[in-house]
Design a protein around this ligand. Structure first.
Ligand code: NAD
Length: 282
């Protein structure tokens, strides 16, 4: 498969990926990160073998695969830089949360050897100090090939994820953004907005954050996620997210009406249907 792998962005996801490459696929890993502390900690924790803050240093490592694991809006400049420094035969992939036009932009820079991927695994924690061993085991990994994607490159990327124990599924890049705009990006947006709501309701009143119940904590866990990472996701998938927010506002307005107008039966039905759908997820 791959013996020498480069990971750009030695954070939570890139670090967990590097660890999986070393432990499941026995690769040597070179990490690149703009933050020298991430490189230092990555080496200290045994997450990467070597590393640098300069992307050009990847050249010397002779990598067969480079994976981009930085916030998604950095992918454009990183893709351009990689075009200049990588050997033609080096496969490039990513673990970003947005695909769609980003996949086609990277394909323009790098050609058919680019294979988009998005592991459906993660937490609200950021940084290499939070890496998780076995993070990708038993989790879905969505691969988003296009009609141009090199078959051999795709096969190798799929094999690598399977060696981590991931369940690989293929999806069209634009369909991916529609799906995850709804089931991932919308809930994060709602959680961030809920924190803002409680902040606003605390003005001229008691500090409501002093009384967080279990439900509030469960619901808002993801609002502790990294702001830069989520800013980039929201901006790169803004159209799909806008459609999802519109649908949410409609559903929320209906709930508000049922409560305000005390339409007991319809309200019970609304809640019963939501509760049934949530239970069926488990
Ligand atoms: P993170 O903040 O833990 O790590 C990002 C790392 O990238 C940091 O170490 C940062 O210093 C580095 N970085 C930023 N800009 C850079 C640049 N231009 N060049 C080199 N390094 C740079 O974030 P994360 O949670 O690991 O997320 C990384 C990627 O994974 C994002 O694209 C995100 O969309 C995707 N993702 C995250 C999750 C999750 O739950 N955290 C899940 C799936 C996918």
């Amino acid at each position: 498969m791959f013996e020498r792998v480069g990971v750009i962005g030695v954070g939570f996801m890139g670090g967990s990926f590097a660890l999986a490459c070393k432990e499941s696929a026995f690769c040597k890993v070179f990490g690149v990160d703009i933050n020298p502390e991430a490189i230092r900690k990555g080496k200290e924790l045994g997450v990467i073998d070597e590393g640098s803050t300069r992307i050009e240093d990847l050249k010397e490592f002779d990598t067969q695969l480079v994976v981009i694991a930085t916030p998604v809006r950095t992918f454009y400049s990183i893709g351009k830089a990689l075009r200049e420094i990588l050997d033609e035969s080096c496969v490039v992939s990513d673990i970003g949360s947005v695909k769609g036009h980003l996949v086609y932009a990277l394909e323009d820079f790098l050609g058919p050897r680019f294979v988009g991927a998005h592991p459906i695994a993660g937490t609200e924690k950021a940084g290499v100090e939070n890496v998780l061993k076995g993070l990708y085991r038993g989790k879905k990994c969505i691969i988003t090939p296009t009609e141009r994607t090199d078959r051999e490159a795709k096969k190798k990327v799929v094999q690598l994820w399977e060696s981590f124990g991931s369940l690989v599924e293929e999806m069209d890049p634009y369909l991916h953004d529609h799906v995850f705009g709804a089931v991932s990006h919308l809930p994060h947006a709602v959680a961030f907005a809920l924190m803002e709501t409680i902040e606003a309701l605390s003005q001229n009143s008691v500090d409501l954050f002093k009384y967080p119940g279990a439900g509030f904590k469960d619901f808002t866990r993801i609002a502790a996620s990294d702001p830069v990472m989520w800013r980039d996701i929201f901006l790169e998938n803004s159209n799909n997210l806008d459609i999802a927010i519109e649908a949410f506002i409609n559903a929320f307005s209906r709930l508000r009406r049922l409560i305000k107008e005390k339409r007991e039966d319809e309200l019970t039905q609304y809640l019963r249907s939501a509760s049934y759908k949530r239970k069926s997820l488990d």
